[in-house]
Design a binder for this molecule. Structure first.
Ligand SMILES: *Cc1c(COP(=O)(O)O)cnc(C)c1O
Length: 383
């Protein structure tokens, strides 16, 4: 992916930095929107994966909606030109301030995560003489078969309402006259590559929509959430999420009734492969048992490996060949967990070498922190 023209350009830049390949981003968005358009599906981009302004502008230009998990994300989505009529707002802990902001913004739908939250949104909407559109986020108890730190759809997770609480939801919806029930919402986890998981989700969604219809609540919106995974091991040979298979599963297994809309909230799959974290080797420590490459980037720029043991491909851009050595690739932060990966096979590496940590377009820049009073790093974009 990195030809010599690009790596030559990198040589003159201050590291670390995020590099966004806008061509890859554009191709990914094209693939995603073409695959979903085949079935008339509605796609929302999950803002939390990456809210870099240039990235947002590109995504917005494809006409997708926005999936937000905070009031500020709702604000950013609208400021970047996302249609407010395509903004959905989820989150287990929406504050009154955030709810009021979203009510004033006339967003498409609140994805509501508890009975108590239904009452609060109802009260706040009533005070404004408004009706709030709501979908109920249901915890379907479907195992996403992903890392347990990023699964969200099991009974033990904090998200959504559990199936046994649905009678209470129905009662609340009948009482809350300032709410308009739109439909049901799900999001079972992230980095899901096994399509069987989505088949199981479809079965659950079909059961749940029947439950609501049987209890007198017509379901207009089926929101299946996001979570489609990417290939962190092969960013060059398999650089595109499998949008075709993904949407096809829902086309084949979801029971969509006339007039119903099917919505998706994709984050990672849209942006992950377009980004890399570019860093320099500061020091090489050769020990008796271990060799360390100490980079100028750390958990403050990319925390996924430290937070949920995530795998990222690591490449030395300055050496094409050389004796292969195993390194623990670590950052400069004063935490033992500040390690990108252990025993990485790389050509013998030296101070000043440029290192690329690939597939860093999702949940990287957005999670950057100033721990150790680190500088905020720049972003660089391909044309
Ligand atoms: C994070 C999130 C998403 C997007 O998840 P990805 O794994 O990045 O696709 C979608 N919906 C909700 C409610 C989320 O919290």
């Amino acid at each position: 992916m990195f030809n010599t023209t690009i790596t030559n350009k990198f040589k003159d830049l201050e590291t670390p930095f995020y590099y966004y390949d806008m061509g890859v981003l554009r191709q990914t968005l094209e693939a995603c929107t073409n695959a979903s358009a085949k079935y008339g599906f509605h796609v929302h981009y999950a803002m939390k994966a990456n809210f870099n302004p240039k990235v947002l502008d590109m995504i917005q230009s494809f006409g997708v909606g926005a999936d937000c998990v905070s009031g500020n994300e709702v604000k950013a989505a609208i400021e970047h030109g996302f249609d407010k009529g395509k903004v959905v707002f989820a989150g287990v802990g929406k504050s009154d301030k955030e709810i009021n902001f979203a009510l004033d913004a006339d967003i498409f739908c609140f994805n509501v995560e508890s009975v108590q939250e239904l009452h609060i949104i109802n009260d706040l909407a009533k005070a404004k003489n408004k009706k709030a559109n709501v979908a109920i986020r249901i915890n379907p108890n479907v195992d996403a078969h992903t890392h347990h730190f990023i699964t969200t759809g099991l009974d033990e997770n904090k998200f959504g309402v559990n199936i046994w609480q649905l009678p209470d939801v129905a009662n609340a919806l009948r009482e809350c006259t300032s709410l308009q029930f739109l439909g049901i919402h799900f999001h079972i986890g992230s980095q899901i590559t096994d399509m069987e998981v989505y088949k199981s989700l479809c079965t659950r969604i079909n059961e749940m929509q029947d439950w609501f219809e049987d209890h007198g609540f017509p379901v207009k919106v089926l929101n299946t959430g996001g979570g489609l995974g990417v290939d962190y091991h092969n960013p060059d040979t398999n650089g595109m999420a499998d949008f075709e298979s993904y949407f096809e599963v829902f086309k084949n297994f979801l029971n969509v009734k006339p007039g119903q809309e099917v919505h998706f909230e994709l984050g990672r799959a849209m942006v992950a492969q377009s980004g890399s974290l570019i860093s320099r080797v500061l020091y090489v420590k050769n020990g008796q048992k271990k060799n360390f490459l100490i980079l100028d980037a750390g958990m403050t720029e990319l925390i996924r490996p430290m937070l949920y043991q995530a795998y990222h491909d690591i490449e030395n851009l300055s050496r094409e060949s050389g004796q292969s050595i195993k390194y623990d690739v670590v950052g400069p932060i004063c935490e033992s967990t500040d390690c990108f990966r252990k025993d990485v096979d790389l050509p013998e590496s030296f101070r000043g070498d440029l290192i690329a940590i690939r597939t860093a377009g999702a949940y990287a820049e957005v999670m950057a922190s100033g721990y150790n009073l680190r500088d905020k790093v720049q972003s660089v974009y391909s044309a």
